[in-house]
Design a protein around this ligand. Structure first.
Ligand code: ASP
Ligand code: MG
Length: 445
């Protein structure tokens, strides 16, 4: 029997009604073994961080208020689902008491260790998974028994070999007898048995880790959008779902601010040759995107992405051509300030780099003065045309340039890996540029 990993995010398990939809999606996949990986109910992980922070500041009564709201929400959800059995309620209570005890401890010591934070942060997934497993009437696997990690609390790294062994020992037999098993995303445990987390938003990562360990047929990431779109639909009304993308295309889009999925999280799966799909819980039969190992969109432009808050810093040095090591000295400044540079363009006498405008621009200008005349252009946006076969399609440039005819472009870069073509323009022109490029690449007859 083939096996799928189905991961449901916080919004997808955010209420009793949504959990019912999840249950019906899971049920519709009969004939397959299904590992259901769930996030905490929407907003709960944020609340857990807030509770810990309040405890540290000795504001325990406010912390307890939030904890109470959290309890009420989970108990009410259990009741709505007809799951308010003594067993479910006492499991929830046990988890909440664990948080309460730690809040007291933090308050007493005025100190919050990363290890304690992870223990608290794990509670959201532990509670939501009890409800989803109850609803599906299937076994619940504590992810901490399988997802072995190092002890880098807050951003623990998985130990893949150990996980594969544990999955074989503990998870496969469960799936063989019951077909559906529910577990938590985001959490694991270290060698010593202490709870760890994989970092915020880590449930996708968990799905990838489980999928790779189980050699799943597919990993489904169920979220609140219909996959990855050709452009941000809030800007481009004709944006539509991209059917197939390569891992590289997804990574490139994400680096330009496409937020659907952090690509690193599905890397283990893609490396293991397992396709990952991104689907919409609200429209289970709607469009979705497949991130396919070894395949690609096959398009010169698979999607457009845009990032705002970009600044361009230029250094003009008339004598640059006679100097060696100029770029080394220039980038040393960025390196020392821990600033990451995005796009770079050089001419005989000028080097321009683009940065996020949150970079310490004044300090950089100060440092760079001794290298030449420095100028800063802010309020810019970078727009990227991303597609695996961009490189093999010379007409891409013609299409792109005719589309943005008349727009003042500050910087152009064709990525070194040649699957993206980026433009930096004034932020106020950016949306119009997106719409024009989208029309040229996706809406032309
Ligand atoms: N609940 C965790 C978070 O909000 C993990 C996740 O949802 O992916 O960060
Ligand atoms: Mg979440």
């Amino acid at each position: 029997m083939s096996l799928v990993v189905m991961k449901f995010g916080g919004t997808s398990v955010g209420s009793a009604a949504r959990m019912r939809e999840v249950a019906s999606i899971v049920a519709s996949r009969s004939g397959e073994q299904r590992l259901v990986v769930v996030s905490a109910m929407a907003g709960v992980t944020n609340q857990l961080f807030e509770i810990a922070d309040l405890a540290k500041r000795h504001e325990t009564s406010r912390a307890r208020e939030i904890l109470q709201l959290m309890e009420d929400r989970h108990v009410a959800t259990a009741r709505e689902l007809g799951l308010d059995t003594p067993e479910v309620l006492s499991t929830l209570r046990g988890i909440l008491e664990g948080i309460e005890r730690r809040v007291q401890g933090i308050d007493l010591l005025g100190e919050l260790s990363a290890r304690t934070m992870d223990e608290i942060a794990s509670s959201g997934e532990r509670m939501s998974s009890v409800l989803v497993a109850g609803l599906l009437g299937c076994p619940l696997l504590d992810a901490r028994t399988v997802v072995r990690t190092d002890n880098h609390f807050g951003a623990a790294r998985p130990r893949y070999q150990a996980i594969r062994k544990l999955a074989e020992q503990l998870l496969m037999p469960l799936l063989e007898t019951s077909e559906i098993v529910v577990t938590q995303g985001y959490i694991g445990s270290d060698e010593a048995g202490d709870t760890t987390t994989l970092g915020r938003g880590g449930s996708d990562f968990s799905a990838g880790i489980f999928g790779a360990a189980l050699q799943a047929r597919e990993i489904e990431i169920w979220t609140d959008v219909e996959g990855i779109m050709t452009a941000d639909p809030r800007i481009v009304s004709n944006a539509r779902t991209v059917d197939v993308l390569s891992y590289e295309e997804v990574a490139e889009l994400a680096s330009y601010g496409a937020k659907v999925l952090h690509p690193a999280t599905v890397r283990p799966a893609v490396e293991a040759g397992i396709p990952v799909t991104i689907r919409n819980t609200m429209k289970p039969d709607g469009n979705f995107t497949t991130i396919s190992p070894g395949a690609s969109s096959g398009r010169p432009c698979a999607a457009l992405a845009m990032r705002r808050n970009v600044a361009i810093l230029s250094v003009v040095q008339e004598a640059m051509t006679d100097q060696s090591g100029f770029l080394a000295r220039l980038f040393e400044v960025f390196g020392r300030r821990g600033v990451s540079v995005d796009l770079v363009s050089t001419s005989e006498v000028c080097v321009s780099v683009s940065l996020d405008s949150s970079a310490p621009l004044d300090a950089l200008v100060e440092d760079l003065h001794r290298l030449g005349r420095v100028s800063v252009a802010s309020n810019r946006a970078v727009i990227a045309v991303v597609g695996d076969s961009l490189r093999q399609t010379p007409a891409v440039l013609r299409t792109a340039f005719s589309a943005i005819d008349g727009v003042c472009v500050d910087l152009i870069s064709m990525g070194a890996n040649a699957i993206n073509l980026s433009f930096i323009v004034q932020e106020q022109a950016a949306e119009e540029v997106m719409r024009r490029l989208h029309a040229a690449f996706f809406e032309a007859a």
